[in-house]
Design a protein around this ligand. Structure first.
Ligand SMILES: [Zn+2]
Ligand SMILES: [Zn+2]
Length: 509
């Protein structure tokens, strides 16, 4: 099967298995959170697989299997005393063999991509070595040619000097001849005989001078006959032609120096996507660019407007977490915040929190929040708890959505993540490291739609590890600092707010 070239091939199976095991687990975190996490890992892995993101898919399948068999299976709350959780666990165990099979299928495709990448890398290295060798050979040839030309010049100079020397000798003999014969003339003689003799001598002298000049203007012809491999004339513009006459075919011009791989070899790393595609909720597809962001390709926007995405154009991750792991670029519609505040306004007026779930799609290696889901919930002034989660996940699964984070209001407080929020966010990041928490603090001093606003994630490390190990519940202090941070693009994060991206609102209440 044709295998698209992307970053998948740059991994090794061993590396992916290791990364799959790199997550925080604590038996003090409630079992139901891990059951939900396991479900989401499986769902996300399937979505990644459907979109040919095999490395991501494989990692999540392995994480699911590890979480289920090595962690959840030993969780202290896993007993018949908790029948709901126990039933959910048994359902997951039933699915494990399918997940294992999916992981094996993905592994086969990945291995092929890794092999192909390694073959291409080798081919590229060979080609570069060959080009370097050829460049050296060409440089050596040039040097040799230059040396030959220098030698030819010297030889020509020597020949010319000899010719000069000969001409000078000839003139000297003519002059001496003249002077000898002149002495023979009778002084003051104006006889016709002596006059004609003198004219003859003058002609002889003149001819000798003329021949001398002629010798100077055409000596090369003779030289060429004697040294046929030497260029006849030094005319720089025709140098190569002359050389070619002598040596046969012209030298191959040196290739352009370029860091780009040759055109017949696809790039080994995903290309930067310079245009933001828009997500169409009606067709379920990313249509193409809605605006130009980092680079402006004049004239290409309209042309690409309706073309389907290709595997060669990918969004490059723009941020890494504190462990250096890349985070996929995540687009959130700029208008989502104000529309959420509108939905929340009746609660906000009563000083009650409201929460929503940010769901979305993966496209061109970037996430797009496409759905603002309002789950059934119970609120207080400073908490908000989802209820009937099954209903919520049913909707998410039926629409093949990733859970990309959550959004909630702080009607009476400022914009920050409370200790309870930190524990909630930890569960989201366990499912997907790109998941974010948006907090809106619509201060009563402002109209709806304004107020403080922030988008955050737990640092990893230390945030994720500290919160996973923290056994406390309710509002409680954490002694450690630097547990979460803003993840907006302007703060070097992975979240980009983009105006005009389509999204839908779905209220389950
Ligand atoms: Zn909060
Ligand atoms: Zn805590």
């Amino acid at each position: 099967m044709p295998v698209p070239m992307d970053s998948d091939g740059t991994y090794s199976i061993k590396q992916l298995v290791e990364e799959a095991h790199e997550y925080e687990y604590s038996p003090t975190v409630p079992l139901k959170i891990y059951l939900t996490t396991a479900n989401r890992l499986k769902a996300n892995a399937n979505l990644f697989k459907e979109q040919d993101h095999y490395a991501d898919a494989y990692k999540l399948y392995i994480r699911f299997l590890d979480l289920l068999t090595n962690k959840i299976a030993t969780h202290p709350q896993l007993s018949k005393k908790h029948p709901v959780e126990y039933k959910r666990y048994l359902m997951l165990v039933k699915q494990a063999s399918d997940v294992f099979q999916s992981a094996e299928d993905v592994k086969v495709i990945l291995s092929e991509k890794i092999d192909r990448y390694q073959r291409l890398t080798k081919k590229l290295a060979d080609q570069r070595a060959k080009e370097a060798h050829e460049k050296l050979m060409r440089a050596a040839d040039e040097l040799k040619k230059k040396r030959q030309e220098e030698e030819a010049k010297e030889e020509q100079k020597r020949v010319e000097e000899n010719a000069n020397h000969r001409s000078l000798s000839d003139n000297e003999s003519v002059i001496s001849d003249i002077s000898v014969q002149a002495t023979e003339l009778p002084i003051g003689s104006d006889s016709a005989e002596s006059s004609s003799k003198f004219q003859g001598l003058r002609r002889k002298f003149s001819d000798s001078l003329f021949n001398h000049n002629a010798a100077h203007s055409t000596p090369h012809l003779e030289v060429v006959e004697s040294y046929p491999t030497i260029p006849k004339f030094h005319v720089p513009a025709q140098k190569h032609n002359l050389v070619s006459e002598i040596e046969g075919p012209p030298p191959v011009p040196p290739p352009k120096i370029s860091s780009e791989p040759p055109s017949n070899i696809p790039p080994l790393t995903p290309m930067r996507q310079s245009i933001v595609p828009a997500y169409s909720s009606s067709s379920g597809k990313i249509l193409g660019p809605s605006s130009v962001t980092e680079h402006s390709h004049a004239g290409s926007t309209s042309q690409r407007q309706h073309s389907p995405p290709t595997t060669s154009i990918q969004h490059k991750p723009i941020a890494v977490n504190e462990a250096g792991k890349t985070l996929k670029k995540t687009f959130i519609p700029l208008e989502l915040k104000s529309q959420f505040l509108e939905i929340a306004s009746s609660n906000t007026k009563r000083k009650l929190e409201t929460c929503g779930i940010l769901c979305g799609k993966l496209s061109l290696n970037a996430f797009f929040v496409t759905t603002l889901l309002i789950p059934k919930q119970e609120s207080t002034e400073n908490t908000c708890q989802t209820v009937d989660e099954e209903l919520m996940f049913d909707y998410i699964d039926k629409n093949d959505l990733f859970v990309l984070g959550w959004i909630h209001t702080h009607p009476t407080q400022s914009c920050f993540l409370s200790s309870v929020d930190l524990h909630t966010q930890n569960a989201y990041q366990l499912m997907l490291p790109e998941a974010v928490a948006i907090v809106c603090a619509p201060s009563i001093r402002h109209d709806v739609g304004s107020g403080d606003f922030g988008v955050f994630r737990l640092t990893d490390p230390p945030g994720v590890g500290v919160i996973t190990k923290c056994q406390r519940s309710g509002f409680h202090p954490h002694n450690e600092g630097n547990l979460y941070k803003s993840c907006e693009r302007r703060n070097k994060g992975h979240v980009v707010f983009e105006s005009g991206l389509p999204f839908i609102k779905h209220d389950l209440r």
